[in-house]
Design a protein around this ligand. Structure first.
Ligand code: ZN
Length: 210
């Protein structure tokens, strides 16, 4: 599949991540990561780390405070524990990405829906992080691209139907060497994946090829 706005020749790699699948990769400063919600309403759980300093993890409280926004969208920067900029959100055709709800897990699915599952974003994160020598304790609160979690003034929070349309995408520009990890959410028990998980496209565009 070709990128909607970039010529395929500019891409270093393009991968279709199936429903419930996972992906990780290292990007250098200036590289872009483009994530496309191919069919719409598909949550993509996302973690990132400073690749030259792996314990410098994405930090959502820093990201929320420094962007003055609970939602991540175009122009936002994704900050680390040490308040270093890991990514800048360069493009966003959806406009709404969650920082509150974190990832699904087998344990929370049991409590919330009384189901026994083996597929979850937490399980995906654990499997993908192990490729880089990182353990479960390095999982932090994550961004949920294309997932909508509105809240009320009294603090009430719900996972609502996503508003992403087929082909919606974000482009993240790496501001330093980073490790990016994502889970294409397998959740079938709430609207995070529209009740029916679908594939996404992940494209890495190397700075040298632009
Ligand atoms: Zn999930």
């Amino acid at each position: 599949m070709t990128s909607p706005t970039r010529p395929a020749s500019a891409a270093a790699s393009t991968e279709i991540v199936p429903p419930g699948g996972r992906w990780s990769g290292r990007l250098e400063a200036g590289d872009r990561l483009r994530i496309t919600d191919i069919e719409g309403q598909q949550a993509v759980d996302f973690l990132c780390y400073g690749a030259d300093m792996p314990l410098d993890r994405m930090n959502l409280p820093n990201t929320i405070k420094l962007n003055k926004s609970l939602y991540v969208t175009r122009g936002c920067r994704i900050y680390s524990d040490h308040a270093r900029v890991l990514f800048t959100v360069e493009e966003d055709s959806c406009g709404y990405h969650d920082t509150l709800a974190g990832c699904c897990s087998n344990e929370s699915n049991k409590l919330r829906y009384d189901v026994d599952t083996t597929a979850s974003c937490r399980a995906n994160f654990i499997a993908e992080l192990s490729k880089w020598g990182l353990g479960p304790s390095e999982i932090v609160s994550n961004i949920n691209f294309f997932m909508r979690v509105p809240f009320k003034e009294d603090g009430h929070v719900v996972i609502a139907d996503g508003i992403s349309k087929a082909g919606d995408h974000v482009v993240l520009k790496a501001e330093r060497p980073v490790l990016a990890v994502l889970s294409n959410c397998p959740q079938e028990h709430n609207p995070a994946a529209g009740g029916k998980p679908t594939p996404i496209e992940v494209e890495v565009i190397r700075a040298a090829s632009l």
